[in-house]
Design a protein around this ligand. Structure first.
Ligand code: GLU
Length: 314
């Protein structure tokens, strides 16, 4: 806990602060994504900065038709509106192509025909090409070359010091998949830089991607933002809530219970929001009462969202 660097003071205004919420449209907004959206919004607002929404729609096989629009409508129902035009990754192929070409031209990325089964012996970790296939079809994946011993250290604002030996634990990682789709790691790094994001606030399920993203930023000569990884929401049995979890649907037409529930899951004082009657009042009160130092590091339980705010199951 000692190395936490979230200030928790509204006076720590940083007009240059730019945060974002970046959902993938693989389902409707769920409580876990509302927690990330609300926390990233609160931190941006306390810093006096901007908060942006970016739709990460680069994986059509996993996407649900209409989900992006429903996510945006739901966010609007919760009063969480992007300060700038919503960006959709599916319209930004040229940016990813330019970054990939740059890496290929400088010998930092390479074409790879290794299949999953080719890499089974090394647990999926790629250190050198072992496929007998070369050239021609099927289309190769493009990977970032990760030097032996490439270890990334970073300071997570919530979780403290982190260190990952990317070469040993991940290996050369994919930037463009063999099926032609862009890998999340490349797109997120290009977009965070293009949108001048200074603070990435997201769920702890993405902590493991951060070292890869920092390596990629270095390879592309891009600035590294600050990172804060939020506790994951778990159900009463301690299982992670996922997008497909129908047990916790959000009702944006009745936004106060869900906002109060994620507020509590963020370790915040529920009394602070007890008297609010509208979303606007809730957000105005929350932005001044929010205390980042109270955010728990461990997984957070979710109290019932559909009852009155007196319910406090965790
Ligand atoms: N699109 C990712 C997701 O929905 C989040 C990416 C990020 O916040 O870096 O899980």
């Amino acid at each position: 806990m000692s190395s936490r660097s979230l200030s928790g003071h509204a006076s720590a205004a940083d007009a240059g602060y730019r945060g974002r919420f970046a959902p993938s449209p693989t389902g409707d907004l769920h409580a876990g994504s509302l927690l990330a959206a609300f926390a990233s919004w609160l931190l941006a607002r306390q810093a006096g900065g901007a908060w942006l929404v970016r739709i990460e729609d680069l994986d059509p096989p996993r996407e649900v038709p209409g989900a992006a629009d429903r996510q945006l409508q739901a966010l609007a129902g919760f009063g969480l509106l992007s300060d700038e035009a919503v960006v959709r990754q599916s319209r930004r192929h040229a940016l990813y192509e330019a970054a990939l070409t740059d890496l290929l031209d400088r010998g930092l990325a390479f074409a790879c025909h290794c299949s999953r089964s080719d890499l089974a012996a090394t647990g999926g970790i790629h250190r050198r090409c072992v496929s007998a296939r070369a050239g021609g079809a099927p289309q190769p994946a493009i990977r970032l070359r990760v030097a032996d011993g490439a270890t990334v250290d970073f300071d997570d604002a919530l979780l403290g010091k982190q260190s990952q030996d990317v070469a040993a634990t991940v290996g050369d990682f994919v930037l463009r998949r063999a099926d032609g789709y862009w890998a999340y790691q490349l797109a997120v790094v290009v977009d965070d830089a293009d949108q001048a994001i200074t603070d990435v606030v997201r769920g702890a399920d993405l902590l493991d991607s951060t070292a890869r993203q920092i390596l990629l930023q270095r390879a592309l000569g891009l600035a590294t933002p600050r990172y804060a990884h939020l506790p994951l929401l778990v159900d009463a049995q301690g299982r992670k809530l996922s997008k497909s979890d129908a047990a916790h649907p959000l009702d944006p037409s009745d936004p106060l219970p869900a906002l109060r529930a994620v507020w509590r899951a963020l370790g915040q004082d529920e009394q602070a929001l007890i008297a609010v009657e509208t979303v606007t009042q809730l957000l105005d009160t929350a932005r001044v009462s929010f205390s980042p130092a109270q955010i728990p590091q461990a997984a957070a339980g979710l109290a019932a969202m559909h009852n009155d705010h007196r319910t406090n199951a965790v």
